[in-house]
Write a protein that binds this ligand. Structure first.
Ligand code: COA
Length: 445
């Protein structure tokens, strides 16, 4: 059938599409800047018609009634691979729960739990070309396996969604329905780095050599690094998330992808989240390759890159080297995302390194982020046996292969000076490192 005719026959209004949701169903959605804003905004209007609907989301960026309104309880429940600010608000109200996962296994993990079945998938796509192909646009992390497992696939077609290249294409014949919207994708502003972030970025820049391939995670510190890499040559990108800062480096001629050993000549990633400038850059750009999250984030794939350096950030690190990046004590904050995937993958790479960067203190300097033990109930994002390099504004602590005694020494040197004595005394008092085994050890390292 003529693709235009097929499109016309599959076109519904947004109210018609959300009206197809039934009680007790499981819905999966596209994530981050690819979230289907029109459909998710309208979903809450179905409250009085449905009950016990589970909606699986990942890093939702806009505020939606079906998530936020207390009266949605019993009608909609949110299961989430990665929390953002609204989810932290709803979690204590009992209408949302985290799905523990590593990003490269997220979709397959959920589908294992649902016996490879989803009732509905809501996503976004760019308008079709004359052959009837659309691009899934700004995320390919979990979307394709969820689409393959869903009985009903509805895509919100939007001219503001860039036509991204790689494994992003989907044909109109593969979807049940399309709806139309022109809501611009969510933009994450690139906030300028503060002094501490610039200092941390400077240490990390020392660890990134010419010809290296980089991954940058989510948060202020990874963002700050891009500004400090301007004198490097021939960097490559193999990341989970494309960021606006990477585009600045590409345009400055620092990122060339020329020396990459995997997908040479291309920046590889699974989703893009940043400013409009980034979304314009990834549009029909042959230098940008979108691959599914189970490819980009597979540690074995990441490890095939030469000099792969992953940079992620954290909330707490204990003297064993256990990294917590996703909770504040028992209070769930974000998610593992691809942190463990990329930290492990980078260490598999020849000349590679996994970096966790964090400020040495939080709460205006009142608490140390380097601690003798993680807070009670904290979720471990990177276990001690996987931790490689920790960076704070006081320097670089190399932990890989080191004993706990040496880890304590290295971490004390990068902790804030006003917490160093406490860190050692408390670690000894708890018996993590008996004083006996650290003769001559002083908090100054
Ligand atoms: N104890 C208590 N609170 C702490 C803390 C600690 N040890 N460390 C930080 N905080 C607070 C901060 O004060 C801040 O609070 P505020 O929002 O009230 O200001 C909040 O936690 C966030 O800290 P911040 O340093 O601003 O976070 P960020 O935006 O730079 O993000 C992570 C940092 C770790 C939350 C984020 O990178 C993340 O979720 N990582 C896990 C997933 C990941 O890395 N994936 C990789 C690929 S995308």
């Amino acid at each position: 059938m003529d693709p235009k005719e097929l499109y016309r026959r599959r076109l519904l209004s947004i109210p018609e599409a959300v009206g197809m949701v039934r009680s007790h169903q499981i819905i999966g959605t596209a994530m981050a800047a690819a979230e289907p804003t029109g459909l998710l905004t309208a979903l809450g209007t179905q409250r009085d018609r449905v009950e016990d609907v589970t909606v699986c989301v990942c890093l939702p960026l806009r505020k939606y009634d079906f998530v936020l309104k207390p009266e949605m309880g019993g009608h909609f429940f949110v299961e989430n691979w990665f929390y953002g600010a609204p989810d932290r608000e709803v979690h204590p109200q009992g209408r949302e729960s985290y799905i523990p996962n590593n990003l490269h296994q997220a979709a397959s993990g959920k589908l294992h739990a649902t016996k490879n079945h989803l009732d509905v998938f809501f996503g976004t796509a760019s308008p079709p070309d004359h052959h009837g192909y659309m691009s899934l646009g700004l995320s390919l992390v979990i979307e394709k396996p969820l689409i393959a497992a869903a009985d009903l696939v509805v895509l919100e077609v939007n001219p503001n969604i860039p036509w991204t290249l790689g494994d992003t294409q989907i044909h109109i014949s593969e979807v049940s329905h399309v709806v139309e919207s022109e809501i611009p994708p969510f933009e994450l502003p690139n906030t300028p780095a503060d002094e501490i972030e610039r200092t941390i970025g400077g240490y990390i820049a020392e660890l990134i050599e010419d010809g290296a391939t980089i991954q940058l995670g989510i948060g202020g510190i990874p963002n700050a690094i891009t500004a400090l890499l301007t004198d490097r040559r021939d960097l490559g990108v193999h990341t989970e998330m494309f960021t606006t800062g990477m585009i600045d480096l590409y345009e400055a001629g620092v990122i060339t992808n020329r020396r990459k050993t995997l997908w040479p000549g291309k920046m590889v990633g699974a989703f893009a989240l940043g400013e409009k400038k980034l979304y314009d850059f990834v549009d029909r750009n042959l230098a940008v390759e979108f691959q599914q999250g189970n490819v980009t984030n597979d540690p074995y794939v990441i490890g095939k890159n030469y000099k792969m350096v992953s940079v992620n950030t954290a909330l707490q690190v204990d003297v064993l080297g256990q990294v917590c990046s996703q909770s504040i004590g028992p209070r769930h904050f974000s998610g593992t995302g691809g942190q463990l995937d990329t930290h492990r993958g980078a260490q598999r790479s020849q000349g590679g390194r996994g970096i966790i960067a964090l400020r040495s203190t939080a709460k205006g300097g009142a608490i140390s982020t380097i601690v003798p033990t993680l807070a009670l109930g904290a979720e471990v994002t990177v276990p001690s046996q996987d931790t490689d390099t920790i960076v704070t504004e006081y320097g670089i602590a190399e932990l890989r292969g080191r004993s706990v005694k040496d880890r304590l020494r290295a971490l004390t040197a990068v902790a804030h000076p006003s917490f160093r004595t406490w860190l050692v005394d408390e670690s000894e008092r708890l018996g993590i490192v008996p004083r006996l085994v650290v003769p001559g050890f002083t908090p100054a390292g």
